[in-house]
Design a protein around this ligand. Sequence first.
Ligand code: SF4
Length: 87
Amino acid sequence: MEEKNKYKLQHDRPNCIGCGACEAVAPELFEMKDDGKVQLKTGKEAGNGIWGLEILEKDFQAAKDAADSCPVNVIHIIKTDTNEKIV
Ligand code: SF4
C-alpha cells in the first residue's frame, strides 16, 4: 500500500544549540556535524539556514520524538497537504 500523509520536517539550524537530544532519539534523521550543530541527514537547506525534509508516515514518530526533545524548539513538523503545523 502506498504511504500517505506526508509531512515536512523543518530544522532551524542557526538556532540549534547542539545539545544532541534529537540525534539521540532519531539518529536516522539527524546527525551532529563538526560545527557542533545537528543537521538533517538527507534534507535540503532553503538558503536561510532552515533545513527541510519531506517525510512519510513511517518516519513521523521519530520526527515527533526529536521535535519534542528539542529544548529550544527549532524542530517543526508541518502536514504537507493542509500546511498544518503539528509541532
Ligand atoms: S534537540 Fe534541538 S537544540 Fe538539540 S541538537 Fe537537536 S535541534 Fe539542536
